[in-house]
Design a protein around this ligand. Structure first.
Ligand code: OOG
Ligand code: NI
Length: 263
C-alpha cells in the first residue's frame, strides 16, 4: 500500500484533475512563497456495509490514523467520524456516510443497485479512495437522487475522491482569519459558501471555517455528459484550548453548513 504521503499526493491529483480544477488558483492566491499546510481532507460514501465509513477508514487506520470524534447530522441523514495521525503534519481525515436505511425505499433501492455493481476486491488497498465512480449511473437517476438528497447524488456521480482539501489558516502570514481569506478569494472571482454565514464557528468553539462553493465540473454519465457541482476548497483556523493545545476536533453545527458547499 502507498505511504501516507503517496496516498495524499494521489488524492490531490484526482481532486484537482476531476473535482476541483480551481484548487490551483486557490493555492496561487494564498501561497505567497510558503507551501500550504492541509488541516484536513474529507471523503463521502454510502452507509452500506460494503462501502461504508469503516471501509473508507481502513487504509487510513493502516497508516496509523486513529479514530477520534463522531458526528451526526439528522436532517441530512449523515453520520461522520474524524481521524488523526500521531504525526501532526499529516492532515486529519473527515469521513461521512449517508444513513441509507433512513432514506425513502426508492432511494434505498437505487443506492443498493449502484453498490451491488462494486467488486468487493476493488476495495482492498487504498487506490479505490481516488478512483471515482465504481458503478454506472445515468443522468435521470442522478436527478432522482438529487431531489431527495444532494449528498446521495454527489456520491453517486463522483464516487470516491477527496471532496475537499482544507488550508490551515493558522499557518498563513498574509491572513489572520477566514474572513480575510474569503475577501481575497472573492476579489478574485470565487463564490464563498454563505450558508449559516460566510464564516462558521469562532473562538468560542475553538474552530473557524469557511469554504468556496464547489467548482462545476463535467461528469460523463452513462447516457450523457452534464456539468454538476464537484469539489470545493475549505479554510480552517484552530484556536488554543484552555489546556494550551490546539483544538483538533470538528464542530457539527459548522460542518452541517460546509456540506452545503456542493449545493
Ligand atoms: C464534509 C463537510 C464537513 C468540516 O470540515 O466540517 C467538513 C463534506 O462536505 O463532505 O468538511
Ligand atoms: Ni472540512
Amino acid at each position: 500500500m502507498d505511504s501516507g504521503q503517496a496516498l495524499f499526493d494521489k488524492l490531490w491529483q484526482d481532486y484537482i484533475n476531476r473535482l476541483c480544477p480551481s484548487a490551483h488558483k486557490v493555492h496561487a492566491l494564498l501561497e505567497e512563497g510558503q507551501p500550504l499546510i492541509n488541516d484536513h481532507i474529507a471523503l463521502r460514501t454510502f452507509g452500506l456495509p460494503k462501502v461504508g465509513l469503516e471501509v473508507l477508514a481502513r487504509p487510513f487506520l493502516a497508516l496509523g490514523y486513529q479514530q477520534k470524534g463522531d458526528y451526526t447530522f439528522e436532517a441530512k441523514k449523515l453520520n461522520a467520524c474524524h481521524f488523526e495521525h500521531p504525526d501532526p503534519l499529516m492532515p486529519k481525515v473527515f469521513i461521512s456516510e449517508l444513513m441509507v436505511e433512513q432514506c425513502s425505499p426508492a432511494l434505498q433501492a437505487i443506492v443498493e443497485k449502484l453498490v451491488a455493481q462494486v467488486d468487493a476486491s476493488s476495495l482492498t488497498g487504498s487506490d479505490f479512495l481516488h478512483q471515482g465512480r465504481l458503478w454506472d449511473l445515468d443522468w435521470a437517476t442522478y436527478q432522482t437522487l438529487a431531489e431527495e438528497s444532494e449528498y446521495a447524488s454527489w456520491v453517486a456521480a463522483h464516487g470516491y475522491g477527496a471532496n475537499h482539501f482544507t488550508v490551515s489558516v493558522n499557518q498563513l502570514n498574509a491572513h489572520d482569519d477566514c474572513l480575510s481569506v474569503n475577501n481575497r478569494l472573492r476579489d478574485n472571482g470565487f463564490a464563498i459558501n454563505e450558508s449559516g454565514g460566510e464564516v462558521k464557528g469562532d473562538a468560542s468553539v475553538y474552530l473557524e471555517q469557511s469554504s468556496t462553493m464547489a467548482d462545476r465540473v463535467p461528469v460523463a454519465f452513462s447516457d450523457d455528459t452534464q456539468t454538476i457541482p464537484g469539489g470545493f476548497y475549505e479554510f480552517a483556523k484552530r484556536y488554543v484550548l484552555p489546556n494550551g493545545e490546539l483544538y483538533q476536533g470538528f464542530v457539527a453545527a459548522s460542518a452541517d453548513k460546509i456540506f452545503e458547499s456542493t449545493h
